[in-house]
Design a protein around this ligand. Sequence first.
Ligand code: CFM
Length: 547
Amino acid sequence: MTPAMFNNDTTMTAAEIKEELLKKYPPKVARKRAKQIMINEALENETPEITANVRTIPGIITMRGCTYAGCKGVIMGPTRDIVNITHGPIGCGFYSWLTRRNQTDAYAPDAANYMTYCFSTDMQDKDIIFGGEKKLEAAIQEAYDLFHPKGICVFATCPVGLIGDDIHAVAAKMKAKFGDCNVFAFSCEGYKGVSQSAGHHIANNQVFKHLVGLDDQGKPGKYRINLLGEYNIGGDGFEIDRILNKCGVTNIATFSGNSTYAQFASSHTADLNAVMCHRSINYVADMLETKYGIPWVKVNFIGANAAAKSLRKIASYFGDQELIDRVEEVIAEEMPAVRAVAEEVRPRTEGKTAMLFVGGSRAHHYQELFKELGMKTISAGYEFAHRDDYEGRQVIPELKVDADSRNIEELEVSPDERLFRPRKSQEELRALESSGLKFKDYDGLIPDMERGAVVIDDLNQYEAEKLVELLKPDIFCAGIKEKFSIQKLGVPMKQLHSYDSGGPYAGFRGAINFYREIDRLVNSRVWGYLKAPWQENPELSATYVWE
Ligand code: CFM
């Protein structure tokens, strides 16, 4: 049995697909959604512009998460030796506890590891009525007494913002009381922004304000970088560190996969910032540059070719022949194993199609891996990225500041009197730029996608199913909320947030893992055989018990 679902035989044009997706909506909703669905290279638009980072229309089942998730879960969650206390009802704490597969090295010599704990103030009705500050104070004290951590972070959930608890005052008071524990808080109430993206920004600000720059003793090394926007999901960060070590590059701090308090505190001692996930951490990259003089470049270690390119970028920045040669040696050593698997798999994956709807960077990065398999990404989009992640950073000056973005503080940063040290002179930077190295730059997802591909921002449940029905991809990549509904449509589904239980997929070894996984998935017929009970017997007969 070969269900139609597996034949990529659609004859519809991208414009017809867009029209189909919008057809069911009331006119006002359709008008709004139309601006978030773009046919690549803007064939139907006069200005190639996508609407992004705007509120989800009420009633639509979005794939997005909340601001608290972006702050506590995404940025601070992967740090092993900071106690993260959720100030709020237990549900928020519980559902952010070990749900993201950010791994850490618990055997490291400096390893205090609090990641397996779920710290919450467990607010009750009476705390909402009379205020929760005392309870928060007691929780911070208890955590300190039990663990004596270097840092305690406090995260506000929605009710905390609504009742007005001053979490920053409580944190400052406890910090002063302890003297040897850095306590600071995040006003990252779930509703604070339109998605988790606002939480990234809030986390970036507070870590920069309260932690970065506290320790001038960074790790020693000749080529010292920070890896920004890498969260060690499924061990990606471990693989990148393995490669960097092999090349002789010292990673001072990862923001924030497998990170520690000390890494953040000494990150200003690095000489280059390599940015993986632009969306979640570009604020820190910019602030490290302004305050300390560290330039940043965009890298991508997802995909073997992309990893090689990123290593070359880092080497060309330092410009040292020894490093340039070592990077070439490492690439030459690692690539044969990658190529061997790619060649074995490619006859089975060539020409297959993929759809990617993930967060704010993976829907772009993973297209590299699919390209290496000879697969085509026919539709992709982010959940919460901004226009610059789609169209490139050149659009930043024209981004509209609306009420939602105004909600998030923009830190005023200036060069540090003591520590600002430009890592390269203006002439050196210009010379590097003319040799092709781009600083402070990200081209975004759109230029890398084929003409006519459908780019959709904040895809929702309804559109996801419709899109799969119309375009019949060989694989659909998104998250747990989408997984089962897509599989029920007969299409293999790969989670690109948690990697299901797989990974790492970054770097050279990661590419091998990914090739094998995708080969298995796109060549498995099992989802096509699956029929939900209502597809086989659409009518249920039943009787009322009281008849
Ligand atoms: Fe950056 Fe991420 Fe992503 Fe992200 Fe995320 Fe994530 Fe993601 Mo899930 S930081 S934007 S908020 S790469 S948790 S590790 S997979 S949505 S595409």
